[in-house]
Design a protein around this ligand. Sequence first.
Ligand code: SF4
Length: 287
Amino acid sequence: MHFVKAKALLTKENGMNVYRGCAHGCIYCDSRSDCYHFDHPFEDIEVKENAPELLEKILRTKRKRVMIGTGSMADPYQPCEKKLMLTRRCLELINGYEFGATVITKSDLVMRDIDLFKRINDKAKAVLQMTLTVADEELSRKLEPNVCTSKRRYEVIKEFRERGIPTVVWLSPVLPFLSDSEENIRTILDWCVDAGVRGIICFGMGMTLRNGSREYYYRCLDRIDPGLSKKYQRKYGDAYVVPSDNNDRLMKIFHETCAAHNIIDEPEACFRYLRELPEKYTQPSFF
Ligand code: SF4
C-alpha cells in the first residue's frame, strides 16, 4: 500500500475511486488489464489520502445535488478500508451535504456503514450495488479468494433491504465452464428475488478478457482446474467477449425471472435508476 495526494477525484459522471488497485484477488478482474496503465503492482494499493478533502471541495461548490458513485475500478471496502476509513469519511461528507450515494462492493465490511447509508437514504438516496457471481461456497472462495462469498453478500443485501435501502446486483461475470450452469444462475436469481433487489445488471452470460487480465485469469484457472485455460484458448483465442455456450438459455431464465418479480433487467435502465436523484433533493438549500 502506498499513499498519494490526488489532483482530481470525481469523473464527469460523478464517480470516484479512493483506492487504485484491489486486494480481493478476483481471478477474472478486468481492472488489472494493461489498458489501465498501472505503474505499480495491482495489489500494492494506491491510497488517495486526500480524497475526503477533494470531495468536500467539490460538494461545497456543486450547483446541483447528484448521486456520487464509487467502486467501478476498485472495491471501496477492501481490507485497508477497515483502518483507513476513507470511504466512510467520503460517505459522511455526502451525508452532510445531502447528496445521494451508490457503492459497488463485494465486501461485507459495508455493513459497518449501514447506518450511514440509511441516513443518506432518508435524506436523499443511497443504493448498495453488490456483485453475485457464484452460489457454490467452495468455488466462490477460489474465484474471489480474499473477500466474503456470494452467499454472505446475499445476506448483506437482505440487511440493507430490511433497512429500506435499495439494492442492485451485478450478475457478472459468468465464467464459461465454471459458473455458467442453470443451477448457479437460478440460485443467484432466487437470492435476488428473496432480497427484493431493484435491478440486476447482466450484459449476457459470459465474461470479457483483455491483455493483462487474460494472462492472470489463465494462470489462476490452471490452479483451479488444470488444462482449463487451454480449453479457453482453443475456443476463444484472444477475443474480448467470451460468451458462455449456455447464454441464450440462461438469459431467457434471467429475463423471465426479472419480469415475474418486477426487477429492472436492462443494464441501461439500471444505470438510469442509479443516476436518478428525485428532483426535490437536487437543489441545495443552504448556499
Ligand atoms: S473486487 Fe473488483 S476490483 Fe477488486 S479484485 Fe475483485 S473484481 Fe477486481
